[in-house]
Design a protein around this ligand. Sequence first.
Ligand SMILES: [Zn+2]
Ligand SMILES: [Zn+2]
Length: 327
Amino acid sequence: MQAMVLNELRTPLKLTELPEPLPGPNEVRVKVGACGVCRTDLHVVDGDLPGPKLPIIPGHEIVGCVDALGAGVRELEIGQRVGVSWLGHTDGTCSYCLAGQENLCDRPLFTGFTRDGGYAGAVIADARYSFPLGEAGDDVALAPLLCAGLIGWRSLVMAGDGNRLGIYGFGAAAHIIAQVARWQGRTVFAFTRPLDLAAQAFARKLGVDWAGGSDERPPEPLDAAIIYATVGDLIPLALKAVRKGGRVVCAGIHMSDIPRFPYELLWEERQVISVANLTRRDGLDFLGLAPQIGLVTKTTSYPLIRANEALADLRAGRFEGAAVLVP
Ligand SMILES: [Zn+2]
Ligand SMILES: [Zn+2]
């Protein structure tokens, strides 16, 4: 099979011909139909995250069909369409797993980071972490749901039930979660880079109630804000925008340093929290809900062998929504 492989941090991925991998016990082989390109893939390539497996095949927004079963797999069958996401495996035995917080597992494996991912013709996945996707929707349109959608969903749940929701950074996750929040009946305020009028127009087209620059104050105080951009400077800005008792949720795996800010921004029971990874429950909840919401994902497709170009375009913000690789 063909794969785009990261051999060394901060170097381009290399097109490599590899033997078809074989699934071990409780694993399946998934023939990749589409794999989304997530900002986290840039952090993997850039060496921002500690402990990658090298060489590594990136990619953790995978949609494909099961084409081989390892020993002991009962929950999936050959030909079934599944999605594979960032959380690729947990030990099931640590205190976090036992407490229902498998997203914080002490010995996890992450797809496209510490186990090979979907920038390839096929991928080996833990059967327990492969979500059945059903037949509706095409592979490319579904791919961004597997991370932008899932982690976005977890961050939305963590934001609480407040009506007035701010979203900072209007990329792949935001464009999905804005639709979910509107469907839930919330009022959505989208914050983009100052003067990024194209991103603001994109947000309005998706139905948000207000769009402006991150340096602007919303017309009314927010109940909660989610930060999808990787910019630490947004935390004090978001704290200024939320009401007393409001919550700021940081949804990214990596962020630039948070600047010093006066305690009064946090005072009155405002909260800042981060969201890490996802649980299978999040996956089942969100993927079950997605067809009812009628989510529309905006995607730009690239052939697998142009993965480096897709990453460069993501870095430069050259497309709206999400990039998706097709083998
Ligand atoms: Zn664990
Ligand atoms: Zn991701």
